[in-house]
Write a protein that binds this ligand. Structure first.
Ligand SMILES: Cc1ncc(COP(=O)(O)O)c(C=O)c1O
Length: 403
């Protein structure tokens, strides 16, 4: 595209156009630049028309696609082993879009794992049912119960988390994919806790993989984002939906997510090692009623976790119950922490602690939480990349202070 000729133009016109649209340089930036532009220009309007009509690839309008966002999407498609990826303004937007792309509508149904992230639970239980879909929740570890639910509901989609939030149950993705496909359902796997470093659900039969990129992908607690990775065919459905929903991630956020992604293996390696140390320590601590971590041999699905992802570790997430603690005691414990941060997120370089009953799973009733097993004394911990000894020392002093 030619640079606008500003010779003889007025000050106002030059203020708007001067310095813009310089011809492409003969260098390539090492890192992907941020492209904060809504529109894109082509020499020939035929090119614009061809892109609009999906006859060639390119950019026309930011709600459709943006080069910085596309760079992040292509990195995620590569790491998850998918053909297409789309980035969203949040993990929840990605989950919603994937459910729609999988065909969830009025008159269809969804089978969901009982202990999914609270907002996912509420999206399926409330919003989707208000729109005319039906929902059924099952213990994803009980494959007979899963099959019974699939046979009865004949759902358009089944959704589960690789490692569940906050009870750290492990989904047998290959078995779930076989069951889902037998009953004509698409399998959606939220891979947020495992990250593509530990596990690739598409390789085991999942149809859509979703991440809250806010967590391990971004990794630094400074960007809210989501991403869905899938096949080329499903990708075309998602793209058509995305244009209407308008939930594309912004280029600044995509740049942060792409930058974070580069150190995912290093962070996840350290976080898995730290979580394993902390879980082992908690398991031996008389103040702790129960420690949930897939890397512990005592975890009911340790063998499955080992089979699916044990090669590189078991992730940075764990949860534990402070023996006999009520909500007030958990709050005192969280206030007594000096290093670990009681912030409502996970997957960051910082060690983070959260009380599921009053935050991630607050939107559920007490009875619903009870059914899932989220009791008032349950604490979720996301191991950061600090020294494990310092994390353990902080937990020990806070447990002592909170009685
Ligand atoms: C497992 C899981 N999935 C999805 C989400 C939603 O992600 P976001 O907050 O980016 O919308 C979260 C948020 O905590 C989560 O833990």
């Amino acid at each position: 595209m030619k640079k606008t000729d500003l010779r003889g133009k007025s000050f106002s016109t030059r203020a708007v156009h001067a310095g813009e649209r310089v011809p492409p340089a003969d260098f390539t930036p090492v890192a992907t630049p941020i492209h904060p532009t809504v529109g894109f220009l082509y020499e020939s309007i035929d090119d614009l028309d061809a892109i609009f009509g999906s006859r060639r690839e390119g950019y026309v309008y930011q709600r459709y696609a943006n080069p910085t966002v596309a760079a992040f999407e292509s990195a995620m498609a590569d790491l998850e082993g998918g053909e297409a990826a789309f980035a969203y303004a949040s993990g929840m937007a990605g989950i919603h879009a994937a459910l729609l792309a999988a065909g969830v509508r009025a008159g269809t149904s969804v089978v969901a794992a009982l202990d999914v992230y609270g907002a996912t639970y509420t999206l399926v239980k409330n919003l989707l049912t208000q729109l005319g879909a039906q929902a059924r929740f099952v213990d994803i570890a009980d494959l007979d119960a899963v099959e019974a639910a699939l046979a009865e509901m004949q759902p358009a989609a089944m959704i589960a988390e690789t490692i569940s939030n906050p009870l750290l149950k492990v989904a047998d993705v290959p078995a779930l994919a076989a069951l889902a496909h037998r009953y004509g359902a698409q399998l959606l796997i939220d891979n947020t806790f495992a990250s593509p470093y530990l596990f690739n659900p598409l390789a085991f039969g999942a149809d859509y993989v979703i991440h809250s990129a806010t967590k391990y992908i971004g990794g630094h607690g400074d960007v809210l984002a989501g991403v869905v990775v899938t096949s080329a065919e499903n990708g075309r459905k998602l793209f058509e939906l995305n244009k209407l929903i308008g939930s594309l991630l912004g280029p600044f956020e995509a740049w942060l997510a792409l930058r974070g992604l580069k150190t995912l293996p290093l962070r996840m390696h350290q976080q898995s090692a730290n979580a394993a140390r902390v879980a082992g320590w908690l398991e031996q601590n008389p103040k702790i009623g129960k420690a949930n971590y897939p890397g512990l041999p005592a975890h009911p699905q340790h063998a499955l976790a080992q089979k699916l992802m044990g090669e590189r570790g078991y992730g940075g997430m764990l949860s534990f119950e402070i023996a006999g603690a009520d909500q007030a005691q958990v709050f005192r414990f969280m206030e007594s922490l000096q290093l670990c941060l009681p912030a409502t997120t996970l997957g960051d370089i910082y060690t983070l602690v959260l009380h599921p009953a009053t935050s991630s799973h607050r939107s559920l009733s007490e009875a619903e939480r009870g059914k899932i097993g989220i009791r008032p004394g349950l604490v979720r911990l996301s191991a950061g990349i600090e020294a494990a000894d310092d994390i353990i020392a902080d937990l020990a002093q806070a447990l002592n202070k909170s009685g």
